[in-house]
Design a protein around this ligand. Structure first.
Ligand code: PLP
Length: 395
């Protein structure tokens, strides 16, 4: 009825949000979400911090603030990134955002003209894909293998799309596949970004949630040309409701991102930033992260053990070293039918289609989340999925 803008009229609500509506029914076991575990929230500490802020520094927390972010938090993040080998040359190469999601949206706004290309791993995180879609970019998905995005196909995509604004990557425990990009692959991808003079967004919301294997250096640690834009967040390590993330990039990009943030939200909630800053400095943040790794490592192991034991062998699963997701792949057949059968039996999973650039393409994959269900729900949900699977696949 109304004439919506070109940038928004074809944008659809996320398929996952639609599934999540259904999963709010109490008798449904949901492997469809992507939220942190309820037991992972440091509720008492945040309550104490909020009281302390209101007692000691209420006006700073309630007043307008600067767009670049709360200086003590920016300094803490820079120290944390330095420890991980991500060196910053000045305070001007970091801005605090309302979660990592805003980094994707702002980068598209800052670097991508209408009709220009954004290359991503396929499958990829739907929230970012929708951000890119909202700028009328041309999205090009490049397939992955166990080591990450396929470098030959990436190079072909870069040749085919000379107006590529940037390559969007989630190198650690990727959403939705749970895969981690190998060090070799990270070097290759960076070399391609240099060769074709484009940028990379390195989205790393799960990097601190590694529960097995060794850390792999971030792509940004190797970047000498300032081509990598690094997106971080406290959503998975403190609380997503606080909406605090950050973008670390070459300072001219941050300067433009600051203009973009100023015109949309003025600044990220200063109260949230002060809460995060006090949480990471007044308590033992490493101990907190260790606790999270224990929770997710345990749940991932429980789900994988059950899947391997109960599901037909022909259905394959990734084995993540961190993060929140396992990716399953059927040998053949109809993914929509499998998802529907599971939902009929009150277990919600997400079809792999939701993570594709073109959602009409067929897929045999699906995403499982292990962070939100309880141990008992993981066991009985996998029992049900196995029943459904065995009714379709013999072995
Ligand atoms: C890969 C990826 N990037 C970004 C986000 C968004 O995180 P935030 O809450 O920091 O905006 C998510 C959330 O699930 C994610 O999985």
């Amino acid at each position: 009825m109304f004439a919506f803008s070109d940038r928004i009229k074809t944008l659809q609500p996320s398929a996952i949000r639609e599934i999540l509506k259904f999963t709010s029914y109490p008798d449904v076991i949901s492997f469809a979400g992507g939220n942190p575990a309820p037991e992972a929230f440091p509720v008492d500490k945040i309550k104490a911090i909020m009281n302390e802020i209101m007692d000691k520094d209420p006006i700073t927390a309630l007043q307008y603030s600067v767009s670049e972010g709360y200086t003590p938090l920016r300094d803490w993040i820079k120290g944390d990134l330095n420890k991980k080998g991500i060196f910053n040359w000045s305070r001007d190469d970091l801005i605090i955002t309302a979660g990592a999601q805003q980094c994707m949206e702002m980068t598209a706004k800052v670097l991508c003209n209408e009709g220009e290309t954004i290359i991503c791993e396929e499958p990829s995180f739907i929230g970012s894909l929708n951000s890119f879609r909202s700028y009328n970019s041309k999205l090009v998905g490049v397939p992955m293998d166990d080591e990450g995005i396929d470098p030959e196909k990436l190079e072909q995509a870069l040749k085919d799309n000379p107006r590529t604004a940037f390559i969007y990557l989630i190198p650690n425990f990727q959403n939705p596949t749970g895969r981690t990009m190998s060090f070799e692959r990270r070097k290759q991808v960076l070399a391609l970004a240099y060769k074709y003079k484009t940028h990379i967004i390195e989205d790393n919301p799960y990097g601190d949630l590694r529960f097995s294997g060794d850390d792999v250096p971030a792509i940004r640690t190797m970047d000498t040309e300032g081509r990598v834009i690094y997106a971080g967040t406290f959503s998975k390590t403190v609380a997503p409701g606080l909406r605090v993330g950050y973008m670390c990039a070459e300072k001219s990009i941050i300067a433009k991102a600051t203009c973009a943030l100023q015109v949309s939200t003025v600044h990220t909630s200063i109260l949230s930033q002060m809460i995060v800053h006090r949480f990471v400095t007044e308590y033992d943040f490493n101990e907190h992260l260790e606790g999270l790794r224990k929770i997710y490592g345990h749940k991932c192991d429980l789900m994988l053990t059950n899947l391997k034991l109960k599901m037909p062998q022909s259905i394959k699963f990734t084995e993540p070293d961190g993060g929140l997701f396992i990716w399953g792949t059927l040998p053949d057949g109809d993914m929509d039918y499998f998802v529907k059968k599971a939902i009929d039996r009150k277990v919600a999973i997400v079809t792999g289609k939701a993570f594709l650039v073109d959602e009409r393409k067929p897929t045999l994959s699906f995403r499982l989340n292990y962070s939100t269900p309880t141990d008992a729900q993981i066991e009985s949900g996998v029992d049900t999925l196995a029943d459904v699977a065995k009714s379709i696949y013999k072995a």
